[in-house]
Design a binder for this molecule. Sequence first.
Ligand code: ADP
Ligand code: ZN
Length: 761
Amino acid sequence: MAANLHLRSGRDPERDRKVQVAVPLPLFQEFTYRVPDRMEKVPAAGTRVLVPFGHRKLVGIVVDGSPPVTDLELKDLERVLDREPILSPQLLNLGQWVARYYFSPLGEVLQSMLPPGLMSKPASSVSRAWPVKTRMSIWSTDPSRGPDLTPRQRELLALLAARKLPLPVSRFVREAGSTHRTLKALAARGALVLKPERVYRSPWLDSDPPPPVTRHSLNPDQSRILEEIRRRLTSGGFHSMLIHGITGSGKTEVYLNAISQVVRSGGSALILVPEIGLTPQISNQFRGWFGSEVAILHSGLSEGERFDQWLRIREGKARVVIGTRSSVFAPVPDLRIAIVDEEHDSSYKQGEMPRYHARDTALKRGQLEQALVVLGSATPQLEIYHGSRDRGRPRAEILPRRVLDRSLPQVKVVDMRLEFQKHGKALILSDLLRCSLQESLDCGDQALLLLNRRGYSSSLLCRSCGSTENCRNCSISLTYHRDRNRLLCHYCGFTRSLPTRCRECGKRYIHLLGEGTEKVQEAIQDLFPEARVGRLDRDTVRRKGRLQQILSDFRRGRTDILVGTQMIAKGHDFPGVTLVGVLSADQGLRLPDFRAAERTFQLLTQVAGRAGRGERAGRVVIQTYYPNHYSLKAARRQDYALFFQEEIEFRRRFQYPPFSALVSLLVQGRDRNSTLDLANRLGRRLLAHRKRVSAQQRLRILGPAPAPLERIKGEYRFQILIKAVRRSEALGIVRSSREDLSRKGVSLKKVSVDVDPVNLM
Ligand code: ADP
Ligand code: ZN
């Protein structure tokens, strides 16, 4: 009878006792487990479980989906690790989208959505308890016990009566000059109650007061945009919006006001920023406005701090979450607004599995959770801007002016070919930049100098035989670092000493070529001996705390000139800077990457935007050998529209995004022949499926060809690039081709798929 009932309602009791589990391994499938009878309930989707896998145990997550019908003997779940699902249905849904869209194994995606450690600890050390931190606290007292106590004990109790509880035992012991033992004795007599209290490890000290804030009254442009945001927040549902605001137009102030409304109405906000360490200002501003409602997530936190921030967010205690890329997965309940600041920044794209783009994932999340998504940039990524013009999505709002009617800096472009003719040699500083620096120093102003190359010199050339010193593991030249007096590979970390003789011909004509930031700092110091010259790049900030130190020295005017890589171009707001110099604007332009012009324009515009943000107007000097390139012409006029016009034509002509979707496949391996062989097989499978699916001009397959960096860390790299009018068609043939090869027993471990790649090197 019971069985019949089940049949009628279409349910199979055995099937209900099975679950699908995603495990954190590079596998494109989920696994079915039986829920043993000793477990009362079938764990819900989103719950962590411990499962036997081969001869080890793994922490996996129960996911939706019906188990395939199979005759195989199923293994039992070993343990359920969470009382409630650790991932909400929405986040699980988002994870499934990421896995599908970015061609990533679901288990690995889910793992990267959780704080580190929750899925990756060796199974033996996984416990049911979350890694929360507690301390022993006094929760209540019972004065009626007074008569049983010694006078000293009564005295302590009286002290406690005046305090706010719960109170950490250690603090009270210190303040009252008592001991832990005395308090335990009091507890034993029932005079007070001791219990553990949750504490949240915090990336800033509890004692740190939130920094003071200045609230500006918004100018008409800011108010208009805030009004647009409010309208959408009130109407509810998914909307997307692009704030295209020039540098210094006050975007952050608009975000803060919008979030304020969200928090007042009981909702939560998520703010993504490219790099928090570089712009501590922004987190300070948020703390100033929202105090303890703010949670900050980034990779600089300890595991414990990260977990606690995550827990505070999940419990609804921190409703303003600010963080880098992976914060797009923060367990914010009731998300109303997600803001992606500097949406064009390439750090939003993860360079390894899962290769998601945080901005696009935020847009998807907004859709799933019916929230408003706001993108902000002075130099929007071409695809985003094109979408806003072409389809009206995201809707674009413009902040065309700087705050307080401050002017954009005046930009001058110096043709370094003429400088070379004039001096008969290549100098680091053009006459114009040298004079401008002198003037800036004379006025007591500050200057930034950008050179996007760290180290002392970028290569080593033997002037006798012409050989260069390359990395042993990578197809790249070694950079000389003077502070360590060694040659260093920026890709794999390989180092060797500076040779005194050429390794090829044995002669002593070794020459250092191409200057980096280290050398520029030295040269500037030589030219302006009285100036205080600082340097900001990955080398100078390696030691903890150095980054903050360099930034705060500059902010306080203890440094006159700051030399640095693109790290100085990020959203800093240094009001004392009136001069920005770009030493070589061309480096990026020469890279074989279709985004080269866009990146160059973005970098130049962003760094130029650091000048003249205070009361005095700013100037920018850009040195280049290609003054006629459109990205330089547009940067000189700080004119995004002009750049867009040229760039979109280039993209159209060569069918690059936004006129196609790209999928890049990279095949890597130590042995060149077998790697190439695998790349060729993959290429042939792709072609075969292409023929079935689409016309050649709608789905192009380029390669396999050696990647621009043919070898990294000892592995050869071959690339296949797919350009598709429809992304789904590209993904389809990739999927089928991979399946073909897997069926034939070919391992695909060394094949990585990158959807919407940002880096094609
Ligand atoms: P953006 O991110 O657009 O480059 P910011 O948000 O950093 O610009 O703002 C630049 C500076 O202008 C900040 O110091 C900010 O405090 C200030 N600011 C913002 N809005 C106003 C306003 N309405 N009036 C005066 N100052 C403002
Ligand atoms: Zn190397």
